[in-house]
Design a binder for this molecule. Structure first.
Ligand code: HEC
Ligand code: HEC
Ligand code: HEC
Ligand code: HEC
Ligand code: HEC
Ligand code: HEC
Length: 472
């Protein structure tokens, strides 16, 4: 019995340790990400590698090496550190045209550590969380996972060996006790111990925990796309457009009503309004200029330039942003830029280039490289018109309250179970269905309803659970 209790204790320590490790690794970066997004992303580029209003934060610890405390102090109150006359801080401040960084006096040490961990993670891996199969990220992700797995297996191995040693000692003690009490006894061999009921049930217990952990983990990563919320090349906000401005979803996503795809609007749709709305209240010229660069629209002259080269674009948009900077600073529009203005315009131009170009698109001119969130595998067929127009389902049922999302995220799991569940539970709404469609699809069933043979029918009754309806 003593043997049981000891081994149980060892196992529970092992389990606890195992889980606390996993939890620790995650919470950090998630919190760091939220803090960074909410407090720092307006000035520090989220790729951690390029400049914006403030410097790129990647590898920031190296620049403050041996002076971590001062770095934390800087983040809480950069002005204080500059005022203290610290040489690096002062030169940094001057280098950035004496731009003020907001103070964050309420951030705790732990929160700052989380932000910096997040910064490092993104700098090393390109993104967080890592998109599934993301190219840049894949290498980093692989490396990370192996690291952890290696650690878990080592711990697991060590604990197994410990258990065996302990079991051996206990069995020897038992043997000695037996000899003392009865004068004779039988010594158990290692095989006896390993095949004893206790050990077998403990191993089973361990396997169940381990298996359960792995199953849950891989189930999560299968649907990793749910909640997927990448940063987009333009800070386009559904809150501003679909919420505050009350623009209909279908004004932009006009495919939803009539075709399989809902379609991300082309930049020309944006131009319907942004030819007039040229300066935004949140980002000034910076974000809206990206729409102009992608369509080749010259806001200085209100004309379009065909096939604009990057050099031409740089000339046009730097001029435009310089004018806007001068206007904002109550100077003559055509005045020469001051130092801060020059810095800002250069940074804004860098931002435009890094947002609108990708590995395969070198020109800022051309379609905006929006990152697509929703992606069913090729073997599954989904049709928007079928659901929106025929089925009368609101966008929000499947996509959540998009009009309240500053950055859109994937709301539903998009798993087969999700489709099937809704098809089982949703009653057919046959209002507004074209007559011929109605006839071919629902005739029998709706006659059944009339005669009272059928109470009501669900999508499953019209074939919504048939494999070939959803699979090619
Ligand atoms: C209003 C814009 C702004 C915001 C918001 C901002 N920063 Fe800064 N940050 C700057 C500027 C500008 C600099 C360059 C120094 C200067 O001009 O004061 C800087 C410098 C830094 C540096 C020093 C970089 C180096 O290379 O040594 C760190 C670290 C830093 N910021 C961290 C943060 C963190 C963390 C947050 C969010 C909690 C944040 N900043 C929010 C503008 C900002
Ligand atoms: C002014 C135009 C506009 C309006 C209005 C608009 N959207 Fe969008 N929507 C976009 C753009 C641009 C994107 C791509 C950028 C992004 O993901 O933020 C997008 C992306 C999306 C996505 C993610 C698509 C994907 O898989 O990448 C969904 C879902 C979406 N919109 C739903 C809606 C819904 C629902 C409404 C109405 C409540 C709506 N949109 C209103 C322009 C618009
Ligand atoms: C029906 C008119 C309309 C359409 C279409 C439209 N917008 Fe807007 N957009 C607005 C209005 C109005 C604002 C608010 C401007 C402000 O904040 O001062 C705005 C604000 C913005 C802002 C924030 C600017 C800032 O600095 O505050 C961005 C970025 C933006 N729109 C991008 C887009 C993109 C990209 C598209 C096309 C997918 C688009 N808009 C389509 C009307 C529109
Ligand atoms: C029954 C659920 C459902 C409804 C209702 C729905 N969507 Fe979707 N939406 C999806 C699915 C599933 C995808 C992924 C499709 C794919 O990958 O082929 C998607 C993808 C999208 C995309 C990405 C581009 C594309 O077409 O793949 C946009 C944008 C979008 N939906 C907007 C809307 C808008 C706007 C509405 C309302 C008019 C709407 N959706 C209604 C389920 C729905
Ligand atoms: C919110 C509920 C809902 C979800 C989620 C949903 N559907 Fe549907 N689906 C419907 C309704 C309602 C209809 C019936 C429309 C009609 O014909 O009246 C339908 C019809 C269909 C049809 C046509 C069936 C037929 O017999 O004509 C297909 C195919 C389909 N859905 C595929 C999908 C796929 C694939 C998914 C998941 C990616 C999905 N649906 C998710 C509600 C849903
Ligand atoms: C209402 C639509 C719908 C119906 C009906 C449906 N499927 Fe699926 N199925 C899907 C979608 C969507 C996916 C992709 C799920 C994902 O990406 O996780 C899928 C995925 C799969 C997969 C790949 C494994 C996986 O989970 O990704 C298999 C195999 C499959 N379905 C078989 C079937 C068979 C067999 C039937 C008939 C009994 C069937 N499906 C009926 C929508 C459907």
């Amino acid at each position: 019995m003593m043997q049981n209790r000891l081994i149980l204790r060892v196992l529970s320590v092992f389990t606890l340790f195992f889980f606390s490790l996993t939890a620790y690794g995650q919470a950090n970066l998630d919190e760091g990400k939220d803090l960074f997004r909410n407090n720092c992303a307006s000035c520090h580029n989220k790729d951690m590698k390029s400049k914006m209003t403030g410097p790129a934060l990647g590898k920031v610890e190296e620049r403050w090496e041996g002076r971590e405390e001062l770095l934390y102090e800087w983040i809480r109150n950069s002005q204080g550190v500059i005022a203290s006359g610290d040489e690096y801080a002062v030169s940094l401040y001057n280098e950035w045209g004496q731009t003020l960084m907001n103070p964050f006096p309420n951030l705790t040490d732990e929160q700052i550590t989380n932000i910096i961990s997040y910064v490092n993670f993104v700098y090393d891996n390109g993104a967080y969380p890592l998109p599934e199969g993301g190219d840049i990220a894949a290498a980093g992700a692989g490396g990370q996972e192996t690291d952890n797995t290696w650690l878990y297996w080592t711990i697991f191995g060590v604990l197994i060996i410990l258990c065996i040693i302990l079991a051996n000692i206990i069995s020897n003690l038992n043997y000695l006790k037996e000899v003392r009490e009865t004068g004779s006894g039988s010594r158990k061999t290692l095989i006896d111990i390993l095949t004893s009921k206790t050990v077998i049930s403990l191993v089973l217990f361990g396997l169940i925990i381990f298996g359960g952990y792995n199953t849950i983990n891989s189930a999560i990563s299968l649907n990793r796309q749910q909640g997927y919320q990448p940063d987009q090349p333009i800070k386009f906000s559904h809150v501003t457009h679909a919420g505050d401005q009350g623009i209909e979803c279908q004004y932009c996503h006009d495919g939803a009503r009539r075709s399989k795809h809902s379609i991300i609007p082309a930049a020309n749709t944006c131009m319907n309004c942004h030819k007039a709305v040229k300066v935004g209240s949140s980002y000034g010229t910076a974000e809206l200029t990206k729409i102009y660069a992608s369509t080749g629209y010259d806001p200085n002259t209100d004309k379009y330039v065909d096939n604009m080269s990057n050099d031409k674009a740089e000339e046009i948009y730097k001029k435009w942003m310089a004018t806007q900077y001068n206007v904002a600073n109550s100077k003559e529009e055509t005045a020469k830029l001051d130092k801060a203005g020059e810095q800002l315009v250069n940074d804004q131009w860098d931002g435009i280039v890094s947002s609108l170009t990708t590995d395969v698109k070198e020109s800022v001119y051309g379609p905006i490289p929006w990152i697509r969130l929703h992606n069913l595998p090729d073997h599954a067929y989904f049709n928007h018109a079928q659901h929106v127009t025929v089925g009368g389902i609101e966008c929000q049922t499947c996509h959540g309250k998009v009009e309240e999302m500053e950055v859109v995220q994937q709301y539903s799991p998009l798993s087969m179970g999700w489709c099937i569940n809704c098809h089982r539970n949703t009653k057919i709404n046959n209002t507004g269905v074209a007559e011929d469609y109605y006839n071919t699809h629902y005739k029998e069933l709706s006659e059944g309803v009339k005669t009272g043979e059928v109470q009501q029918f669900h999508v499953e009754d019209i074939g919504g659970l048939e494999c070939q309806k959803c699979h090619y």
